[in-house]
Design a protein around this ligand. Structure first.
Ligand code: CUA
Length: 374
């Protein structure tokens, strides 16, 4: 049996280690500008609604926690056996008043907390109305996000990057990919979860169902998101970015995306070497929905690609075209970009295709310097 001094020392050391762990854990950059996925720093009214619900509940939990822990310590110290004291433990059977109170008090607290919780759930589930609502269908794929702008006259299709106007409600219809046919085939139908922490809570995307989620951003900026439901090999690489713009900039962007500067035939011819057949999966029409791979019409206007894993630049893009599976885990079961290096594509050919995509399809192409000679 340890003596009293030993026990105090051991307790002191344990407390010091626990304190150090908690203190060091808080050294992470939780509020700095680099952390772009922070539900505690809302940037829109829906995420703010959630935080306003969370904050009072947190403090209620702190008060309850301190009461329970404090009560436990008080009883342990107050009624402990003193040195040299020998006493028989007093036997009791139940305490009706205590038992009723520790049942009723938590029940009342939970009932009170349920009121704003249910109100917030209903409020967030309400579809926005008004002439400024932007409707977007989001299709979760393995492993990228397809965004189709549904409103009449918009007819725009992008991948992994969702442009929105600030101050307007964005109504998202979340869905899985259409079931593929003929069987046997892999429908890519697994559950994902759409989450942009600064703009709203998360919502599962379930194959065969249509789910609703809304977003709204206060200020222009880039808000990063992430698939929040494990969905296979590249779950961690299934990211997205919401680019919030002033209404005027947003409208300009929509117009730029609708413009088809280069003819579809020319686009397809440029990348549709008979061996590689890019156009059998990728669409080059600005508004075409439903293709199995990202619409590449305005690829050059995006900032990132491959589920937002890589920044869009010459080097990243040609290496991706050359051998995508080595750049992002994709496995055998999912329909994905092949390893074209095994189909005898040369690095020079991959570079040529990358340059074509980066220069010919953009509305405002800024050709990379590497492409000048190609
Ligand atoms: Cu999609 Cu995880």
């Amino acid at each position: 049996m340890l003596d009293r001094t030993h026990r105090f020392r051991r307790a002191g050391a344990t407390a010091a280690i626990a304190f150090a762990v908690v203190t060091l854990a808080s050294c992470g950059d939780s509020t700095g500008p680099r952390n772009k996925q922070n539900a505690l720093r809302p940037a829109g009214k829906y995420s703010r609604q959630i935080l306003h619900l969370t904050e009072p509940f947190f403090w209620i939990a702190v008060i309850v926690g301190l009461g329970v822990i404090g009560g436990t310590f008080f009883v342990a110290l107050r009624f402990r056996e003193k040195p040299g004291e020998e006493r028989a433990v007093k036997q009791v059977h139940g305490n009706t008043a205590l038992e009723i109170s520790w049942t009723v008090i938590p029940a009342v607290i939970l009932a009170v907390m349920a009121v704003p919780t249910v109100a917030t759930i209903f409020s967030l589930a309400k579809k926005p109305t008004g002439s400024n609502v932007v409707n977007v269908t989001v299709t979760a794929r393995q492993w990228w996000w397809q965004f189709h702008y549904d409103d009449a006259g918009n007819g725009v299709e992008t991948a992994n990057e969702l442009h929105i106007p600030v101050g307007a409600p964005i109504s998202l219809t979340l869905q899985g990919p259409p079931a593929c046919s003929p069987a046997p085939c892999y429908a890519n139908g697994v559950i994902h979860s759409f989450w942009v922490p600064e703009l709203n809570g998360k919502k599962d995307v379930v194959p065969g169902r249509k789910q609703f989620l809304k977003l709204e951003a206060d200020k222009p900026g880039i808000y990063l998101g992430q698939c929040a439901e494990y969905c296979g090999l590249s779950h961690a690489d299934m990211r997205l970015r919401v680019i919030a713009q002033s209404p005027a900039d947003y409208q300009a962007w929509v117009q730029s995306q609708k413009a088809q500067k280069v003819s579809v035939a020319a686009l397809e011819a440029g990348v549709n070497n008979p061996t590689y057949q890019c156009a059998s999966c990728h669409s080059f029409k600005s508004d075409t929905a439903g293709a199995v791979a990202p619409n590449l019409t305005h690829l050059a206007d995006r900032t990132a690609f491959a589920g937002d894993k890589y920044l869009l630049n010459y080097d990243n893009l040609w290496r991706w075209v050359y051998d995508a599976p080595s750049r992002k885990p994709m496995g055998k079961l999912v329909q994905h970009m092949p390893n074209f290096s095994q189909a005898n594509m040369s690095p020079a050919e991959a570079q040529k295709i990358a340059c074509f995509l980066l220069t010919n399809t953009a509305t405002n192409p800024k050709p990379p310097s590497e492409c000048a000679a190609k």
